[in-house]
Design a protein around this ligand. Structure first.
Ligand code: UD1
Length: 461
């Protein structure tokens, strides 16, 4: 007889400090094929959704970005056992021993997406004690839609300056109407409703591809969910949900960044896994700029061949399937070098034009009026010292640096590593000159990780 022993070893993954920076040098026309990792915005909520189950789930295509590491730390703090294999993009989460429903302020403040454990905790324990996630530079980002609708479902919520205490002996199924299709509020209510007796309906729900990936996961767990036009999600509560295996959808925002990297350097790129059908308006705007876009069968796989003298285009950001707010800043970097004047209107977040000031330092001609940016294309951008203010702004500045004359040094790269898993390596493999310099005081996150399985003889009785 043989016995299988799992040796435990520790794995360290670094989280970037504020002292790190990225140096970007003028880059040639990028060329090549790139594999995409899973979507950060899907995996964060899907990890949270595992709290609805008791047992071991397996997620593949998981990016090792810092926000994912923070979500893993949050889950560990609740009692989940986690095995993470960043190089294989494999995450195993065992929620059998989750016994806590309290999330401390230091974990909660690290990332807004931590609010996404509130629905699962309420559904599993009828309790959730969490610190308020706080505002952020791109806007105040309140959580009133989350709280209002949990209250409507029967939760009693006490709010102090910095802390929320939610209690619900029994949540009630309700018809929830969202005044705005908030991604997070849709996901939170959806997850809570899966274990709530009766049929909950969410009207004017967010239907982003990441929300649909969550729905696919919840269905695999055994949840009964239907999605109907116009943007209505119905959830019939079940008694319990089972652990799952799931491959996270490819990241459309990483795909967007890579397509723009090829566009801004005048190159060509092929993304075999990119789901073109989830990026229609963005691809339309790239075509209007003059770039050639070729989409593979069934909308999977995108090739971009850049035009040498791209044209200005205008757009406004909107909930899916509109132009994604998360691609607004990267797209603006490309428009800085397009011929003519582009008008970009940010409608999703009230303060998401902070990258304009940094692009201006590089020679971009941009005027801002309220939530609109008027970008007049210039012949050249120039390298400068710039500061990334949020995840997508960091992407915009790296893109601009690749097409600029001279060196660009970008600080604030903890935003870059929060949102992207080794995107700099993918850009370098395509020919870009992008180097990450890690600061001395980068924090290490430690995970238990089983070694290769050892097979040993069973003890003789
Ligand atoms: C998610 C994404 C983020 C993306 C955004 C919009 C994740 C982890 N993050 O963020 O990358 O930019 O969707 O596509 O998936 N609002 C309220 N009250 C609320 C909730 C939201 O007023 O209770 C407002 C927000 O301030 C914002 C707008 O609604 O102006 C959209 O926010 P929301 O869709 O909720 O974004 P997130 O889920 O936070």
């Amino acid at each position: 007889m043989l016995r299988i022993i799992k040796k435990q070893k520790k794995l360290k993954v670094k989280i970037m400090s504020q002292n790190s920076y990225i140096a970007v040098e003028p880059s040639p026309a990028l060329q090549g094929t790139v594999e995409l990792v899973g979507a950060k915005n899907a995996v964060l909520v899907i990890i949270a959704s595992l709290l609805l189950t008791k047992g071991k789930s397996r997620l593949t295509n998981v990016p090792a970005s810092d926000d994912v590491l923070q979500m893993i730390k949050l889950m560990q703090s609740l009692g989940a056992e986690i095995f993470f294999y960043p190089n294989e993009h494999l995450l195993e989460v065992d929620t059998s021993q989750v016994t806590k429903w309290q999330v401390s302020a230091d974990i909660m403040k690290k990332m807004r997406a931590s609010i996404l454990v509130m629905g699962p905790l309420l559904a599993r324990f009828g309790k959730a004690d969490i610190a308020a996630p706080g505002g952020c530079v791109i806007g105040t980002r309140p959580i009133d839609y989350h709280l209002k609708n949990f209250k409507k479902m029967g939760a009693l919520i006490e709010e102090s300056a910095d802390y929320l205490t939610a209690r619900a002996d029994l949540l009630h199924a309700q018809r929830i109407v969202l005044e705005y299709p908030s991604v997070g509020a849709t996901e939170n209510v959806l997850m809570a409703a899966t274990l709530t007796h009766g049929v909950t309906t969410i009207v004017n729900a967010a239907i982003e591809p990441e929300v649909l990936d969550l729905i696919m996961v919840l269905r695999k767990m055994g949840a009964k969910i239907t999605v109907e036009a116009p943007a209505t999600i119905s959830i019939e509560g079940v008694i319990s949900l089972q652990p799952i295996e799931h491959a996270i959808i490819p990241d459309r925002l990483e795909a967007g960044a890579l397509l723009l990297a090829a566009a801004i350097t005048g190159g060509s790129i092929y993304l075999p896994q990119a789901q073109a059908y989830s990026m229609d308006v963005f691809l339309l705007k790239l075509e209007e700029m003059g770039h050639e876009i070729i989409v593979g069968p069934q909308g999977i796989g995108i090739t971009l061949k850049a035009i040498k003298e791209p044209r200005a285009v205008s757009f406004k950001t909107a909930p899916y399937p509109g132009f994604p707010t998360d691609l607004q800043a990267p797209m603006m970097a490309a428009l800085c070098l397009a011929q003519g004047t582009s008008i970009v209107e940010e409608t999703v977040f009230e303060n998401r034009l902070l990258h304009v000031r940094e692009l201006q330092k590089m020679g971009a001609q941009i005027k801002v009026e309220h939530n609109k940016a008027f970008i007049t294309g210039v012949d050249k951008l120039y390298g400068a010292s710039v500061i990334a203010t949020d995840i997508r702004a960091s992407c915009a500045l790296v893109l601009a640096g690749m097409a600029a004359e001279g060196s660009t040094v970008m600080t604030g790269i903890h935003h870059w590593t929060r949102g992207y898993d080794g995107l700099e390596n993918k850009l370098m493999a395509l020919g870009a000159h992008v180097t990450v310099y890690a600061g001395q005081d980068d924090a290490a996150v430690v995970f238990a990780q089983p070694d290769t399985l050892n097979i040993a003889p069973a003890p003789r009785n």
